[in-house]
Design a protein around this ligand. Sequence first.
Ligand SMILES: N[C@@H](CCC(=O)N[C@@H](CS)C(=O)NCC(=O)O)C(=O)O
Length: 286
Amino acid sequence: MRLKLYHAKWSLCSQMVRVAMAEKGLSYDSNLIKLVDHYPKGENLSPEYLAINPKGVVPAIDLDGEIITESKDIIKRLNSLTGEKDIDLWPGDVDQDKLNSWVEDTTLTDGVPLGKTLGTAIPPFSLILINFMIKKYLSFFQAIKVFWKHPLRDRGRGFLIMKFFNIHKPVAASSYKVLARSLMDIEKNLEDHGPYFLGKFSHIDINLMCCFHRLSDVRLEKILEIEELPNVKKYWELLKSRESYKKGILDFYGEKENGDLEELFGHTTNSIHLKPLTQMIKNYKA
Ligand SMILES: N[C@@H](CCC(=O)N[C@@H](CS)C(=O)NCC(=O)O)C(=O)O
C-alpha cells in the first residue's frame, strides 16, 4: 500500500503523525503543504487541497484512495498497518479508558475551545509564534482572504485578529491552570506506572512528545525540568532519545523555522509564562 501524507513542517498534528510513522517504520510519499498562517502563498485553502481535506487543515493521508483526516484517526489507522518495526501503539494490556481519554485530550480537537484540554492548552502558548508569523508573512489583503475562505470560521477570524493585535498573552494566561494541572497529572501517572505514560510506549506518548516539544519551541522547556516534576523531567529525556523524535520532529526544522524562532526569541532563554506556571505548580503541591 502507498501512503501519501499531506503535512506541514511546523504543525503539531503533522508532527504526531510523522512520529507515529517513524515508530512503526512506515515509509510515505511526502506532500508538504505551506500553511496560510506562515506563508504568503499558503496552500491549505487551495481548491486542490480542499478536495482532499474540506476543512483546509493538515494532516491528511491517502492510503491507495482511502483519505483520512484528523491526526488521532490517522495514527489509529497507521497502527493497523505493518511497518518495519514491530510496535503496537495501542497496546491491549494498558488502561484503555485512560489511553482513550488522554489521547482525546492531547489532540487539537476541532470544536473544543482553546485552553479546555491539554491539547488545546498548548496552542495558546505557541500563539506567540503564530501571531508573529501572521504579522510577518500575511498582508492585510491575504488576512482578509483567509478570513473569508477558511472553512474553520474561528480559525479565519483568529488569524485576521492576529494580523492587527497581539492576543497571545491573555490567551496563554487563561490556559495556565489546565497546563499546570495536566503536568501534575502526568507526574503522578509516571510515578505510578513509568517509564512511559502507561508503562509501555503508546499513542499518548507520541502526543505528549509533540506537546512538550512545542513548549520547548516557545522557550517553556524549563517547566518540564522543575524539581516538583522529577518524573516528567526523566520522561521528557526519554522521549527525546527516541529515534522518532528526530525523524518526525527535528528533521523538519529548516532555515525558515530556525530563522523565525531566532528572530522572535533572539536571546530570550525563558518565556514570560515560566515563572507564573512554576509558581502555580508549587502552590498546588503545597
Ligand atoms: N483536529 C485536527 C486539527 C488539524 C489542525 O488544526 N491542523 C493545523 C496544524 S496543527 C492546521 O492545519 N492549521 C492551518 C490552518 O488552520 O490554516 C487534527 O488533529 O488533525
